[in-house]
Ligand binder design. Sequence first.
Ligand SMILES: [Mg+2]
Length: 176
Amino acid sequence: MPRSRTLAVDFDGVIHAYSRGWHDGTIYDPPLPGALDALHLLLADDAVFVFTTRAVDQVAEWLNERGVPAKADTTRARKFWNTRGTVLVTNRKLAAHAYLDDRAIRFRDWQQALAELAAVGRADEDAASSNAPDTPSAAVRLARIAEAHTRTDDGTCAECGHRWPCPTYGWATLGG
Ligand SMILES: [Mg+2]
């Protein structure tokens, strides 16, 4: 059998359906379809922890009531979770081979990350006001940044004072 992995799983929006957001702080929704089966499947081979900002007892109890063995993290300064068969519910970002999260952006490099972040929280507004896709707005933002970080006559960046091309100009123009 391959060595077990440690997997981090977000709670709200990944296990708990979370259709109304934080709402009143209770766990008001049923599990997302397939969530409990998936946890059982993963627990058989991997160490699984739920990483949440909620009270860990609240989440552990909710999981146990639905047949998923879970325990609240009570170890101070815990760094690792290597135990199979029981979900650890923790507020700590422990080491993991992968983090499963409904709000995650996969980091590859800062240029890509900033471009993807530029669209976060704005997609709804864009969709409401027009049908503009997210990608051009990210590109436009990068272009504006590059424009601000121009070369001055003495060879430094007009915006940050570094020797031009400054690092910011570098990443803002890498893709284009
Ligand atoms: Mg979430």
